[in-house]
Design a protein around this ligand. Structure first.
Ligand code: PLP
Length: 380
């Protein structure tokens, strides 16, 4: 099961809010709140002082509305053919970075008789989403026309960093400079940019000039550091919200020389006890964190962190307990805040060659979420 501490979520949002004030906080709850559970996390984040929620897709924003969440929500990925009527009706803010997207939003606004709320995304150097500097003026002209006609209101103008986690990276000031230029161009084209936002979690903490009116904090809301080598979660005052735990399904002794798991890539060096932990890559435990002859992800069992014996399977992993006693039913903690000696999402990210964002977000739908904390009583 994945235990999600909603008090930690609330606390983390307060920490971000204090760090970035007077800028406001958008809690990013895309991808089922990075695997933590969309609606309970959204409510906890709002209780912690977030005034905006951010998601990638319109359907994620509609799921929030469907659960009765009325706060401002921004959805920032649009594809041609997306039905925008429900979004406009539900008062969802939608990001556009191209004229075709603006026109489809305007069509939805006219069909509903309502004014559509738009954020303009401009590319400041990451070359992912956003209007390019060449496309920006034409988008602005179209926006100005539709604002005058009363079909859309510009609520924000934004961009995204490529490397805000890297200390001293020259792309950070370069992106800020490009953003300033884009804001100037907007005003020159008669467009009020509304709320300006460029910062993710890393920039919220490490790039004060990037905070503008609003920061879009994702990872920090979940209590993880966007740059553990610069500042750990604890140093930032954050509390990891998710603990992944399971009960041992089987415990057995094997003799020295026994091979373990698919491919028999792990060999017991001496007589040893093996514990079976019933979570695997089907639950989001990364197979890349299998034992590679030097290291693996580690699971806390019977008071110590245990290496994974061999490969991570779809539904289970085997851990090597040595001569320590354990029995079926004992608690195994895959990762958590680290306070009881368990590995953290950062440790698993290192073992799997990835980032902590991916470790928590990929915990699958098969794993029951159990929400705890005062905020859990607010109704999900
Ligand atoms: C996911 C995302 C964020 C949040 O990033 P973190 O590094 O998790 O804080 C912010 N803005 C956009 C556009 C995103 O896609």
């Amino acid at each position: 099961m994945a235990l999600v501490d909603l008090d930690a979520v609330e606390h983390n949002v307060e920490v971000v809010r204090r760090a970035v004030g007077p800028a406001a906080v958008m809690a990013v709850v895309k991808a089922d709140a990075y695997g933590h559970g969309l609606v309970p996390v959204a409510r906890a984040a709002l209780a912690g002082g977030a005034t905006w929620l951010g998601v990638a897709h319109v359907h994620e924003a509609l799921a929030l509305r469907g659960a009765g969440v009325e706060a401002d929500v921004l959805a920032w990925i649009l594809t041609p053919g997306t039905d925008l009527l429900p979004a406009v009706r539900a008062g969802i803010d939608v990001s556009v970075s191209a004229v075709w997207a603006l026109e489809s939003l305007v069509a939805a606004a006219r069909a509903t008789g309502r004014c559509a709320r738009v954020h303009l995304e401009v590319d400041t150097g990451m070359s992912r989403g956003g209007a390019s500097p060449a496309e920006w003026p034409a988008l602005l002209d179209a926006v100005a026309k539709h604002v005058d006609a009363g079909d859309v209101v510009v609520r924000g103008t934004w961009a995204h960093f490529a490397s805000a986690d890297v200390a001293g990276d020259p792309s950070v000031p370069a992106q800020l400079q490009a953003f300033e230029a884009a804001l100037r161009t907007a005003r020159e084209h008669g467009v009020d940019p509304g709320l300006r936002h460029h910062a993710n979690s890393a920039a919220a903490f490490f790039v004060p000039q990037a905070r503008y009116d609003l920061v879009r904090a994702g990872l920090a809301v979940y209590g993880l550091s966007p740059a553990p080598e610069r500042a750990t979660a604890a140093e930032l005052g954050l509390r990891p919200a998710m603990t992944l735990a399971a009960r041992l399904a089987h415990v057995r002794r094997v003799p020295a020389g026994a091979g373990v798991s698919y491919g028999l890539t792990y060999t017991a060096q001496a007589d040893t006890t093996l514990g079976l932990v019933p979570v695997g890559y089907g639950d989001g435990v990364p197979r890349h964190a299998s034992w590679d002859g030097r290291r693996s992800g580690e699971v806390l069992v019977a008071g110590a962190r245990r290496r994974i014996a061999g490969r991570v399977c779809m539904d289970q992993v085997v851990v090597d307990l040595g001569d320590d006693a354990a029995e079926a039913g004992d608690l195994a903690v895959v990762f958590g805040p680290g306070e009881a000696g368990e590995a953290t999402a950062d440790d698993w990210a290192a073992a799997a060659g990835t980032i902590s964002w991916e470790i928590v977000t990929r915990i699958g739908s098969r794993v029951p979420r159990v929400h705890t904390g005062r905020a859990a009583g607010r109704g999900a």
